[in-house]
Design a protein around this ligand. Structure first.
Ligand SMILES: Cc1cc2nc3c(=O)[nH]c(=O)nc-3n(C[C@H](O)[C@H](O)[C@H](O)COP(=O)(O)OP(=O)(O)OC[C@H]3O[C@@H](n4cnc5c(N)ncnc54)[C@H](O)[C@@H]3O)c2cc1C
Length: 464
């Protein structure tokens, strides 16, 4: 039973210490009740939202809350798609990192030290001015935060070549149970001192503790990027083309797929005039030195033409930007196909995609659902979207059954139920399907070690 009078007393104490930065008014708190999750889930309004400005302030907040057994939800931009940043119990306090948005670039070590509330795009723009590159590019990069990206191990189109957020995190500082602080890693490429807690904490979804600072790796910024589109008449050819490209010696910086439903949705949304009679398209980006990029572009173009595939090369920057804008607008474009949308971010081994995509379409047909598939086909990570009528409870139930079957199918194909969005609340019931009893036991054991009272983001990822 939640003791709200205790929560109130503790909040009054914190209000005295954090003058004006503890929001308890319902009008302000309610804004932090939800995140971007589209699947209907029950959420609760948090009791307060606190805005720390430093590591020490976060430590103090955790110390007070943990000792009083009050749960907390760390929060970046609230763009999570699996209910990771929502109120779950109703007695939580949200720790918002909106005011911890500073970063420092270290040119000599090609690293950046960032507070958790830094917007990914701001950091990317700043390092690019120095000829450096921070590649992780979730489609939410213009508003999501470094803390949220680390907590979710976010990825995007460029991950096929450059890897995911975890590959760029060299060190982490943070706070765990009772306000104890940790500092793992350093601005170095090699560090084998003990277990790799830095990498382990990436993707922990705010369930083990709070990240207060990160050291991120930067790499040289590619000088040139070119984009081409390939249009397919047969799905089998998409798989064959991906294999051919990936074994051609050219390493694309993005290899994105859209099926016919997506092509139509994006045409309707952006008026691009892409051919709707094709079963799918590949958006291929190549980056690097301008001379190499030009040569590699021609190689890929020829390889595709030899397969009888229609190819369109973006000739101008404007054309390239439009193609990417279309790709990034797919989420909202598809949303117009139904009042409800479930977007599952599954991954399967690339070699199985040619069988997997038709199997998903058959599954959608079996449940009478509109299905749109797009995603990072180069790394086997697809977004399977089932569209439904939110106001029809029978249809909602059908979607739930279809999602469960989708996850089983994905695991049967040797894949994972999530490649990007994390487990949160929405995928928690399915984690055991993938990890098995022993896996879940280990997850619980680790959770207990960092958070014995289950106060960091309770109800997400795993139940204790
Ligand atoms: C339009 C759209 C497109 C998207 N595209 C992608 C995509 O391409 N790839 C992808 O991977 N994801 C994508 N996402 C999902 C989402 O943007 C990412 O998961 C992102 O990393 C979340 O960042 P955030 O700042 O919004 O974090 P939030 O949503 O606020 O939080 C996410 C999780 O991180 C935890 N957290 C936040 N800060 C901290 C911290 N300092 N310490 C510990 N835990 C913390 C929270 O408790 C929560 O569990 C998309 C979302 C939207 C709405």
């Amino acid at each position: 039973m939640v003791d709200f009078s205790k929560v109130e007393k503790v909040l009054r104490q914190l209000e005295r210490e954090f003058d004006g930065r503890v929001k308890v008014d319902i009008v302000e708190r309610v804004l932090y009740e939800k995140d971007a999750t589209a699947i209907p889930i029950e959420t609760k309004t948090p009791q307060a939202v606190i805005f720390p400005t430093s590591k020490e302030e976060v430590r103090r907040i955790v110390e007070v809350l943990y000792n009083e057994e009050i749960p907390m939800i760390p929060r970046g931009a609230g763009s999570c798609l699996t209910g990771g940043a929502v109120g779950y119990r109703g007695d939580e306090v949200v720790i918002s990192f909106e005011k911890m948005n500073k970063f420092r670039i270290d040119l000599d070590n090609a690293t950046v030290v960032a507070q958790p509330g830094v917007i990914t795009y701001e950091l990317q723009r700043a390092v690019e001015k120095h000829g450096l590159f921070y590649p992780p590019d979730p489609s939410s990069y213009k508003f999501s935060t470094i803390g949220g990206n680390i907590a979710e191990n976010a990825g995007g189109p460029r991950c096929v070549k450059y890897g995911v957020t975890r590959d760029y995190v060299l060190g982490l500082e943070g706070v765990i149970k009772y306000g104890e602080t940790f500092k793992f890693g350093a601005p170095v490429m090699k560090d084998v001192a003990g277990y790799d807690f830095t990498k382990f904490l990436v993707g922990s979804e705010g369930t083990l503790g709070i990240i207060t600072e990160a050291i991120l790796r930067l790499i040289p910024l590619p000088k040139e990027r070119r984009v081409l589109l390939a249009f397919f008449d047969r799905l089998e050819d998409v798989g064959r083309a991906v294999t051919k490209i990936m074994t051609s010696g050219v390493f694309p910086s993005a290899l994105e797929f859209m099926d016919r439903a997506c092509i139509k949705a994006v045409n309707d949304y952006k008026g691009l005039g892409l051919p709707e009679d094709k079963v799918g398209l590949l958006l291929i980006e190549i980056d690097g030195h301008p001379i190499a990029v030009q040569e590699e572009l021609v190689e890929v173009e020829n390889l595709l033409k030899e397969m009888g595939v229609d190819v369109r090369v973006a000739r101008t920057k404007e054309e390239k930007d439009n193609l990417w804008a279309a790709r990034r607008a797919l989420g909202p474009a598809i949303s117009k196909l139904g009042s409800g949308k479930v977007n599952e971010d599954i991954v399967v081994p690339r070699s199985r995609l040619a069988e997997y995509i038709p199997a998903v379409n058959r599954l959608a047909e079996k449940y009478g659902l509109i299905c749109a598939i797009f995603g990072h086909i180069g790394d086997g990570n697809l977004h399977v979207n089932f569209m439904f009528d939110k106001s029809n409870p029978e249809e909602v139930q059908r979607v739930e059954r279809a999602v469960e079957e989708l996850f089983k199918l994905t695991i049967d194909f040797g894949g994972s139920i999530t490649g990007e969005h994390g487990v949160g609340i929405t995928k928690k019931p399915f984690l055991k399907l993938q990890l098995g009893d022993v896996g879940i036991e280990l997850v619980r054991g680790v959770k207990k070690l960092f958070d014995p009272l289950n106060l960091f983001n309770p109800g997400k990822l795993v139940d204790l």
